[in-house]
Ligand binder design. Structure first.
Ligand code: PAF
Length: 279
């Protein structure tokens, strides 16, 4: 594996003609990232991974400082997973003196974007820069960050139509907890409390009406006093907008909240059946 710990040379010379599948990350790698690498390897001969803790997507310097950084083990994990090029750019390379933040629009200001103002502007800005430099054929993002995936997909269609955005399914611990780089900050007790998130979503995903989904998820969340809800939204996966009782068909259940000081998100798919409509 090439470790390009400072820069990625022109992909023409470094990577030749081979197709590139790209896995952008912020490091603190876990099995969720590794499954994205596996997906990447099935798509193209060259797998490029970036590790860049992107300052523009954090709302505060404290949150940025708290983000786990584990480069040594990341390199080992990436190598074992078969990453061909690991790229760890520095801030000046991604953000030259004059750069403009990309506006993620209205859909970037709801759910995650409501609580984390500017977050998706930062995400789209860094993804744009990474795409400009790596010039991949495919880019793979996890479904755990459902809103992020949606916004990147829409943005890529407009700005990078040659890049196919592929999604990788959410990888979970045996307990059901969605894997996340933030999980390492949970104490054992907090990890236990965090299980309410996937538990509630799983219960909701088995219901067939809007009302039952909503009430069952919210009821389950109240069983864990150490979980503080930020939002729960039942959305149309095609528009990302909240549905109401009249909706029939697939929905995505989006949930976010805090256990202690750690913010966690997760989502499950569900289907509202015609006989459940109006309930
Ligand atoms: O999901 C992440 O790790 C980040 O938001 C991403 C897409 C690498 C952009 O910094």
């Amino acid at each position: 594996m090439q470790h390009l710990l400072k820069y990625l040379p022109s992909t023409d010379t470094a990577l030749g003609e081979k197709k590139i599948a790209f896995v952008p990350t912020m490091g603190a790698l876990h099995q969720g990232h590794i499954s994205l690498v596996k997906e990447a390897k099935s798509l193209a001969e060259q797998v490029v991974m970036s590790i860049f803790v992107n300052p523009t997507q954090f709302e505060s310097v404290e949150d940025l400082a708290k983000y786990p950084r584990t480069l040594k083990t990341d390199i080992q994990l990436a190598e074992a997973a078969g990453v061909d090029v690991l790229w760890t750019p520095d801030v000046s390379e991604i953000y030259p003196d004059k750069y403009k933040l990309i506006d993620a629009g209205e859909l970037g200001r709801i759910y995650e974007g409501h609580t984390r103002a500017g977050h998706f502007d930062g995400v789209l800005t860094v993804v744009n820069r990474l795409f400009e430099i790596v010039k991949p054929d495919y880019a793979i993002f996890g479904e755990k960050d459902f809103q992020q995936l949606f916004l990147i997909r829409e943005f890529s269609k407009r700005a990078h139509s040659g890049i196919e955005v592929i999604s990788g399914r959410t990888i979970r611990e045996d307990s059901g907890l969605a894997m996340s780089s933030r999980n390492v900050r949970l104490s054992p007790d907090e990890t236990n409390s965090a299980l309410v998130i996937s538990r509630a979503l799983e219960i909701g995903s088995k219901k067939q009406s809007y009302a039952e989904i909503k009430s069952s998820v919210l009821a389950e969340l109240t069983t864990e006093i150490d979980f503080k809800l930020d939002y729960f939204a039942i959305v149309n996966p095609k528009s990302l907008l909240e549905v109401d009782q009249s909706h029939i068909g697939p929905v995505q259940l989006l949930l976010a909240g805090w256990v202690g000081s750690v913010r966690l998100i997760d989502n499950f798919a569900a289907v509202i059946e015609p006989e459940g409509r109006g309930n």
